[in-house]
Design a protein around this ligand. Structure first.
Ligand code: SF4
Ligand code: SF4
Length: 76
């Protein structure tokens, strides 16, 4: 699975990551960041496919995508 991290303080709230995420993983944070923007935030991390569209579109380069290893069940 994948983990997305959005730098809340660098986001300028352009909305491109939200618009281009095919899985609706990202939404607008109703709270303002220190610069006065409603930053993008993750709403449904488990739905992320790691496609990379959000990070590719972000003009502020404030999105990082990590692959997270998931342990297999003990008796699988
Ligand atoms: S990597 Fe793809 S699926 Fe995951 S949050 Fe970004 S755009 Fe959405
Ligand atoms: S694309 Fe980048 S700057 Fe724009 S809302 Fe998303 S995280 Fe913020």
């Amino acid at each position: 699975m994948f983990k997305i991290v959005i730098d809340q303080q660098r986001c300028k709230s352009c909305g491109l990551c939200i618009e281009f995420c095919p899985k609706s993983v990202i939404e607008t944070n109703p709270e303002l960041n220190e610069a006065g923007f409603h930053a993008a935030r993750i709403v449904s991390q488990d739905d992320c496919t790691g496609c990379g569209s959000c990070a590719l579109m972000c003009p502020e380069a404030c999105i990082e995508i990590y692959r997270v290893e998931v342990e297999a069940p003990a008796n699988a």
